[in-house]
Design a protein around this ligand. Structure first.
Ligand code: SF4
Length: 183
């Protein structure tokens, strides 16, 4: 499958912002890191899940956090920006209002449901792996971990800026893990 380009991700976000009377984050470096996160998620899951939230990888449980997420409009209206600060309102764009932390609006039950379903799926895979009759293959995954806030990003390069706590790239540590799965 052809992967989406970063320009396409940017264009899609720009069109959506314009259509809804919003703006993209005016900080070019921060904006690039969010767009890159969206692209990475789309490459991985085939849908652009929120770059600031950990997706389950199961679309039926991630629908509400496919960008633009179900919570964006309420957050922009109340706080001047979405949870990730990808979309902002006019006052934030002009610098009249300083961005603060936007509280997570996604209900905890939704997060719990998604990760229960994910771990059930992982458990099934693990069982299959332990079945020696099932052919297996191994792959090495790399992920980046923000030492300041714990945000985890599954991508090749560390984010330039942490979308949660705004820590710089240097604050990210790389973790390698090997996954074995049934072919
Ligand atoms: S919080 Fe912002 S970036 Fe994240 S999914 Fe919602 S609209 Fe997209």
């Amino acid at each position: 499958m052809t992967k989406i380009s970063i320009d396409e991700v940017r264009e899609r976000a720009e069109i959506d912002a314009k259509r809804n009377g919003y703006y993209l984050n005016p900080d070019p470096e921060f904006l690039s890191s969010l767009l890159e996160g969206l692209k990475q998620n789309e490459d991985r899951y085939n849908y652009p899940s929120c770059p600031c939230r950990l997706a389950s990888g199961l679309i039926e449980f991630d629908r509400d956090i496919i960008c633009p997420c179900d919570y964006r409009d309420a957050d922009v209206m109340e706080f001047g920006s979405c949870y990730c600060a990808l979309y902002v309102d006019e006052k934030v764009r002009r610098g009249d209002v300083k961005l603060g932390q936007v509280p997570e609006r996604r209900p905890l039950e939704k997060q719990a449901k998604a990760f229960t379903a994910k771990s059930d799926k992982d458990q099934k895979i693990k069982t299959e792996i332990n079945d020696q009759s099932v052919p297996r293959t191994e792959t090495e995954l790399e992920l980046w971990y923000c030492k300041q806030c714990g945000y985890v990003a599954f991508r090749e390069e560390a984010p330039l800026i942490c979308p949660i706590c705004k820590a710089k790239k240097e604050m990210f540590a790389k973790i390698k893990t090997t996954v074995s799965y049934a072919k």
